[in-house]
Design a protein around this ligand. Structure first.
Ligand code: C2E
Ligand code: MG
Ligand code: MG
Ligand code: MG
Length: 281
C-alpha cells in the first residue's frame, strides 16, 4: 500500500514505525493516568563539597512506579517527560512535590534542584506559576531552589529563554545549566543567559583519569566558570580519584555514585541525619 505525496515522494506503510507510534501513544496515556494515580515518585541525590563532604543540596530525580512494568527511570519514559502537554503536567507535579519535600527539610538549609524540560520552561505562565507555588510553600526561601535546564532549551528560543530565566531569578530562584559541554550552545549563548551554575556533564568525568582531551575540556570549563563567575559542580563522580582530580582542577562541588546514589526521601532523611552526626574533619 503506497500513498503519493506531492510529485515524487512515496510513503509506504511501515509496520515498525506504526508500532513505535502505538507504543508512544500507550506510554503517554499511561503517564497521564500515572500522574492522577500518584505513580510517580522523586528520588534525591546529594550534592556535596568534596573537600569536606559537606552536604550542600539535593537534586530531585523522577521515577515511575509503573503498575505492571515496575520501577522505571527517566530514560524509559523520556517521550512523556518531553511531551508538550503531558511533560508539563509531570513537570508541575515534580516542582510541587520537590518543594513539599524541601519544606520538610527546610531546617537543613539545603538547596533543592529540579530538572525542567524545555517545553515546561517555555510554557505559558511558567514564571507566574512558579511564583504562586513558591508563595504557597511559604516557609521555603526561594533562594534555595535551583532549576536545572538544558542547553537545548535555549536553541532557537534564546530571547524567550532569557526572559523566562530572568523572571525566575527575580523570584530568587537559581539557574543551572545541566549536562554542560554536550549541547550545541555557543559561548555567545553563555554570555546572554542569566545563569548561576554550570554542571559539568558526567561524560567528561567518566574518562577524566584516562583521556587527556576530556581532562582538557574540564580544565576549560573550570576556567570558563571562573571567568563568568558561575558556581561549578561535576556530575558523575564515581571514585575517590575523580574527587581528588576535580578538587585539584578547581572544582570543589560534586555529585555522583561515589558520594551517594539517588535515594528515596526517607533514605535521604536518614542520610542527612547521619551526615549531621559525622564530625567534619
Ligand atoms: P541529569 O539531570 O543530568 O541527572 C543525572 C543523571 O545521572 C541521573 O539519572 C542520575 O541518577 C545519574 N547519575 C548520578 N550519579 C551518577 C554517577 O556517578 N554515574 C552515572 N553514570 N550516572 C549518575 P536519571 O535519574 O536516570 O535521570 C536521567 C535524566 O533524566 C536526568 O539527567 C534529567 O535530564 C532527566 N530527569 C530526571 N528527573 C527529571 C524530572 O523530574 N524532570 C525532567 N524534565 N527531567 C528529569
Ligand atoms: Mg539534572
Ligand atoms: Mg546532568
Ligand atoms: Mg543528563
Amino acid at each position: 500500500q503506497a500513498k503519493t505525496l506531492g510529485t515524487n515522494k512515496v510513503l509506504f506503510y511501515d509496520p515498525e514505525e506504526e508500532s513505535r507510534r502505538h507504543a508512544k501513544h500507550t506510554l503517554l496515556m499511561a503517564a497521564e493516568k500515572g500522574i492522577a494515580r500518584n505513580e510517580f515518585i522523586l528520588h534525591y541525590q546529594p550534592k556535596v563539597d568534596m573537600t569536606d563532604q559537606r552536604l550542600i543540596g539535593v537534586e530531585a530525580l523522577i521515577r515511575w512506579n509503573h503498575p505492571t512494568l515496575g520501577l522505571l527511570y527517566p530514560a524509559d519514559f523520556s517521550d512523556a517527560l518531553e511531551h508538550p502537554c503531558i511533560g508539563i503536567l509531570m513537570g508541575e507535579w515534580v516542582l510541587c512535590e520537590a518543594l513539599k519535600q524541601h519544606e520538610i527539610w527546610q531546617n537543613t538549609q539545603l538547596a533543592m534542584s529540579v530538572n525542567i524540560s524545555p517545553a515546561h520552561l517555555l510554557s505559558e505562565g511558567f514564571v507566574e506559576n512558579l511564583n504562586d507555588l513558591l508563595l504557597s510553600t511559604h516557609s521555603m526561601g526561594s533562594k534555595t531552589l535551583e532549576l536545572e535546564i538544558l542547553e537545548s532549551t535555549t536553541i532557537g528560543n534564546i530571547d524567550q529563554a532569557v526572559d523566562v530565566l530572568e523572571g525566575c531569578r527575580n523570584l530568587g530562584v537559581n539557574i543551572a545549566l545541566d549536562d554542560f559541554g554536550t549541547g550545541y550552545a555557543s559561548l555567545s549563548y553563555l554570555k546572554k543567559l542569566p545563569l548561576d551554575t554550570l554542571k559539568i556533564d558526567k561524560s567528561f568525568i567518566k574518562k577524566l583519569l584516562s583521556d587527556g582531551e576530556d581532562r582538557s575540556i574540564v580544565t576549560c570549563i573550570v576556567a570558563l566558570s571562573q571567568a563568568f563567575g558561575y558556581n561549578l559542580i561535576a556530575e558523575g563522580v564515581e571514585s575517590l580519584e575523580h574527587e581528588q582530580v576535580l578538587i585539584d582542577m578547581g572544582c570543589r562541588l560534586g555529585q555522583g555514585y561515589y558520594i551517594a546514589k539517588p535515594m528515596s526521601a526517607d533514605s535521604m532523611t536518614a542520610w542527612i541525619q547521619n551526615m549531621v552526626k559525622k564530625p567534619i574533619h
